[in-house]
Design a protein around this ligand. Structure first.
Ligand SMILES: Cc1ncc(COP(=O)(O)O)c(C=O)c1O
Length: 431
């Protein structure tokens, strides 16, 4: 590293998705309360993206902190292959109760592992049935995590290039992303459905998608109608539908889960991020009792040979239970965020710098005019200017979005938009 690019970077830390010399060094942070992050130098920033979409109710939410502390004094960890405990049992009961038809919960450590588990369950199920259904279908632009299986189903490109020869083959259908005033939406949907039907002519184990919103792929939203049509085709073909709700789950999309909002009933669901309110890393995969029964029997090969050291960590379960309690108590209030975003986003969308505005629950996104792609430097410029005004955002290249913790109040949301609008007004308009 050069002297200049070294400045501000710690000598032993290696940060994710980050390149010294490209963009600012990670900021030393001291604390977080609600939507606010407090830096070591005393500056305060609004966390406009919920710290990579995990902080659900707000930083340092007292009831979750207290639940973790209580649990830590009772049972901090136990091997889940030989033991079960009340927080895991209660969490499985409460989460499964929200998902008609999904009665089994398998724990893992994060979003990527929750996806890996769903894929492995689908593929082992198909293998048990003779292995003819081998194909996995995913959508263009998808992001499902950074482990190998999750990478394989995600869109290929810059992130996955070094590992390309080792990733298993995945068939791809187009993702008909839409936005306010998009006149070609229905046409894009029907093209995508025709291609999906063609792919489904090959025996297929599973189709995986991010319901209503591809997150890392650029906050790319689709209509519920599209997902319902996808589900019909997947069912007809006898494949399993996997919903990756790692980002969309737990109230982010204006409903408890995006699948519920869209009116689909997936066979397998991956959850993480907001599961523990963003306090502790944990993932879960939900499956039907019928699928689970395929893994039960005297033959050793029926066993699902998958597990992680921290499976069903009691602290994570306690955090998740406390988070769920809050979510259910505050859901109405959280749902009201969408209408507030709408008013602000409509105003922002009148700026010539703003293209393709879109909104889902607590997530508002748009593209910067004249720019496209993840490596687009304008995103970093927007980030830098917003930081200087007390707002932390992390544009996905040319896609700028807000996804604040759900405790955000009207003044704080107003502040996010006024910073954004000042920053955007200063940008040159590109056509
Ligand atoms: C839809 C989706 N799936 C999976 C993942 C991977 O989750 P994790 O980063 O916890 O491994 C992410 C992370 O952003 C995601 O957005």
């Amino acid at each position: 590293m050069t002297e200049a690019s070294n400045r501000g970077w710690h000598q032993h830390l290696w940060h994710p998705f980050t390149q010294p010399g490209r963009g600012p060094a990670p900021l030393p942070v001291k604390g977080g309360q609600g939507v606010w992050l407090e830096l070591e130098d005393g500056r305060r920033l609004i966390d406009g993206i919920s710290s990579w979409w995990v902080t659900l109710h707000g930083h340092s939410e007292p009831s979750i902190a207290a639940a973790i502390a209580r649990q830590a004094e009772t049972l901090e960890q136990v091997i889940f292959a030989n033991f079960r405990h009340q927080p895991a049992a209660e969490l499985s009961e409460r989460v499964c109760a929200l998902w008609p038809g999904l009665e089994r919960m398998f724990f893992s450590d994060n979003g990527s592992t929750a996806v890996e588990v769903a894929l492995k369950m689908a593929l082992q199920h198909s293998w048990r049935l003779g292995g003819q259904r081998r194909q996995v279908i995913a959508f263009e632009g998808a992001y499902h995590g950074d482990t190998f299986g999750a990478m394989a189903v995600g869109a290929r490109g810059l992130f996955s290039a070094p590992f390309e020869p080792l990733l298993f083959d995945v068939a791809r259908a187009p993702w008909p992303a839409t936005w306010w005033g998009d006149e070609a939406c229905e046409q894009k949907e029907s093209t995508a459905l025709v291609q999906l039907e063609q792919l489904l002519e090959t025996p297929t184990a599973a189709v995986i998608l991010e319901p209503l919103l591809q997150g890392a792929g650029g906050m790319a939203m689709v209509r519920p109608e599209f997902l319902i049509a996808v589900q019909q085709r997947v069912r007809q073909a006898g494949a399993l539908l996997i919903a990756d709700e790692v980002l969309t789950g737990f109230g982010r999309c204006g409903e408890l889960f995006a699948s519920l909002r869209a009116g689909i009933r997936p066979d397998l669901v991956a959850l993480s991020k907001g599961l523990t309110g963003g306090f502790l890393p944990m993932g879960v995969t939900l499956a039907s009792e019928e699928l689970y029964q395929q893994f039960v029997g005297p033959e050793p090969e029926r066993t699902f040979f998958h597990g992680h050291s921290f499976t069903a960590n009691p602290l994570g379960c306690a955090a998740a239970l406390a988070s769920l309690e809050l979510l259910q108590a505050r859901l109405k209030h959280y749902q009201s965020i969408e209408a507030k975003h709408q008013t602000h986003l409509e105003r922002l969308a009148s700026l010539p710098q703003v293209k393709r505005p879109r909104l889902l629950g607590s997530i508002a996104a748009f593209e910067l005019a004249g720019a496209s792609g993840y490596l687009e430097p304008i995103g970093l410029e927007v980030q830098r200017h917003c930081l200087a005004e007390g707002l932390f955002v992390r544009p996905l290249g040319s896609v700028v979005y807000l996804m604040p913790p759900l405790c955000i109040n009207d003044q704080e949301l107003e502040r996010c938009y006024s910073v954004l609008s000042r920053v955007l007004e200063r940008l040159p308009v590109q056509s």
